[in-house]
Design a protein around this ligand. Structure first.
Ligand code: F6R
Length: 602
């Protein structure tokens, strides 16, 4: 995630940048920074933590003449949330801010270091400014240097650069991360979304991937691979509340739609051509490890449960999953050949944190999978992998779950590589499916519309059973949890093979059954289980790539080549179902009753 802003004009720049960053704080708040060039003077401020720390640091500074300025609020991906890692990153006479991930930064950094360039931060972003200055040293032309820099970058970026070598210009480029340009008379604004510029600019242009250029003297010069291009500005929205949700009705809805793009961030630089790589992990962490134990709560527990199938199947390593609040008091037997993994979106969940401390006291090595760098769980762990989902505002977790599951899937392959327990063919198949995941998460309008229509038939009844087998059992649990959290209807997740051992007694026409029926994993087995339920007249919503005659309602999925692609596609469907039922019931989707986003009490 991360948020960026830029301003070129004659108004006071510090407040424009800080106000803009405040609107973008939802995109990350590990640190923030601004850089301003005014009267040929470069000024730069950075502070770790929330934006208020930067406000405090800059309270005596004002920038009132004409100038150029850029700002950034960070969600750490490469390197800890320290001041050195905060943006803007500086070269000798230039500053850069960036949102996204430069996939080839290590190769670029190595090359620059071999030419004598010193890096101050651990970030991928710093390569941009050094590359720019290296080019500038050779050609003494800032625009040409910027173009040459952009050509070298691989990955996702929205970036702004200012330089004393051309002090009335802001250079910009976008590829895969959001950025727009706002206009008002001879002022030019840049931002990651439109909220920072609403009320300031009057018109806007939303940059497309592959576009770059510069703003100078109130004018914007826009280019793409085919050269300079014209562009049409549009009127800027005036409703800030709507804009914060990017036009969606709820944050949860926005976050469901965002899953495809954040998944790109989760896998970028990790799913490589021939292997999985986690630059934050040392393979030695897995030395002498012959067991994995994973501890988590709620939705995070469900992602853990799904991963247990993957660790055993792909990494060939025994894997046990524990609910953190149970684990704490069961007097568990712990051995130091076990890697203790905690999963937490917030990194602050009290039960999970305490479980981690217990495992550490028992001498276990620990790894956390978390969405918040520098959170208590990350700090407490020997190693951490960040899920890079960006801030999740809806209390009912969606994109955090998706990215946790993805990281665990990648981790299962990583462990398999370290333990050499995976064949080349399987590895290739897994990597291919991973690369297809962002596509499997796309929400299309037709599907959403169908879920909206279907939802009206599922507002009553005496309960819901979400059923699935194998990986789809944890997904059934998660589907049921989403529904109960925001609809307040009773819902259970069950392994479909277990229904006949008791729960089938509940089966009648008022029992709504949501059957997850993937084609690539035990289809015939689950089909028999579902038929048994249909014989008891349950009302059935079947989700499958394979048409199913007995279903009252049927949602046809499109993936059938890999269980995880089916998993993610079906996950989106269950999220939309819960969302639309909740909307029809008139509930508060984003802040359901009795729940909190971060559970820091036992
Ligand atoms: C449900 C949900 C919760 C959390 C649980 C653990 O939508 O979000 O079940 O998963 O409270 O929280 P974290 O992941 O922050 O440890």
């Amino acid at each position: 995630m991360c948020g960026i802003v830029g301003y070129l004009g004659k108004n006071e720049k510090k407040e424009i940048l800080l106000d803009g960053l405040e609107e973008l704080e939802y995109r990350g708040y590990d640190s923030a920074g601004i850089a301003i060039i005014e009267n040929k003077q470069l000024k730069n401020f950075k502070a770790v933590g929330r934006l208020k720390n930067l406000r405090e640091k800059t309270k005596d500074y004002l920038s009132e003449g004409f100038g150029v300025s850029i700002g950034h609020t960070r969600w750490a991906t490469h390197g800890k949330p320290t001041e050195l890692n905060a943006h803007p990153h500086m070269g000798a006479y230039s500053f850069v801010v960036h949102n996204g991930i430069i996939e080839n930064y290590q190769a670029l950094k190595k090359e620059l270091q071999s030419q004598g360039v010193t890096f101050l931060s651990q970030t991928d972003t710093e390569t941009i400014v050094h590359l720019f200055e290296k080019n500038h040293k050779i050609n003494n032309n800032a625009w040409a240097s910027f173009q040459e820099t952009i050509e070298k970058l691989e990955g996702a970026y929205a970036t702004l650069l200012i330089t004393e070598a051309d002090e009335e210009t802001i250079y910009f480029a976008k590829n895969g991360s959001p950025m727009l340009i706002g206009f008002k008379e001879d002022e030019v604004y840049f931002a990651s979304s439109d909220t920072p510029i609403i009320g300031k600019a009057t018109e806007v242009y939303y940059l497309e991937d592959g576009e770059f250029g510069y703003a100078r003297h109130g004018k914007v010069y826009l280019f793409d691979a085919n050269g300079q291009k014209t562009f049409t500005k549009q009127a800027l929205a005036t409703d800030k509340a709507l804009a914060q949700k990017d036009g969606y009705r709820f944050f949860m809805e926005k976050e469901i739609y965002e899953q495809s793009s954040v998944m790109h961030d989760t896998i970028i630089g990790r799913v490589l051509d021939e292997k999985i790589d986690f630059e934050e992990l040392n393979p030695e962490l897995f030395n002498n490890i012959s067991n994995i134990k994973i501890c988590a709560c709620g939705t995070s527990y469900h992602s853990a449960l799904a991963s247990s199938y993957l660790f055993e199947r792909l990494s060939k390593i025994p894997c046990q999953i524990e609910i953190a609040s149970e684990f704490r008091y069961k007097e568990p037997l712990l051995h130091d050949d076990t890697l203790f993994i905690t999963i937490s979106q917030s990194g602050e969940t009290a039960d999970t944190l305490e479980a981690l401390k217990m495992a550490k006291r028992a001498g276990l090595k620990s790894l956390s999978i978390c969405n918040v760098d520098n959170s208590s769980i990350v700090r407490e762990s020997d190693a951490a992998v960040l899920t890079r989902a960006g801030i999740e505002k809806g209390v009912a977790s969606t994109k955090a779950f998706a990215t946790q599951t993805m990281v665990l899937w990648m981790l299962a392959i990583y462990v398999a590589q370290v333990k050499k327990s995976i064949s080349k063919e399987t590895l290739e198949k897994e990597l291919l499916a991973m690369r297809q995941t962002p596509k499997a998460l796309l929400v299309n309008n037709k599907l959403h519309h169908k879920m909206t229509r279907l939802s009206k038939r599922y507002l009553h009844g005496h309960g819901f059973f979400f059923i699935g087998r194998d990986l789809f059992f944890p997904l059934a649990l998660e589907g049921a949890l989403k529904l109960k959290e925001i609809s307040y209807l009773h819902a259970e997740g069950y392994p479909s093979g277990e229904m006949k051992h008791g729960p089938i007694a509940l089966a009648d026409a008022e029992l709504f059954t949501i059957a997850l029926m993937p084609k690539s994993l035990h289809y015939d087995k689950i089909k028999s289980n579902v038929e048994e339920l249909c014989a008891r007249d349950v009302t059935l919503l079947a989700i499958s790539p394979e048409p199913f005659d007995l279903a009252d309602d049927f949602v046809q999925t499109s993936y059938s080549s890999h269980p995880m692609l089916e998993f993610f596609e079906m996950m989106v469907i269950t999220q939309l179902l819960a969302l639309e039922i909740s909307v029809r019931l008139g509930n508060d989707v984003d802040m359901p009753r009795n729940l909190a986003k971060s559970v820091t009490v036992e």
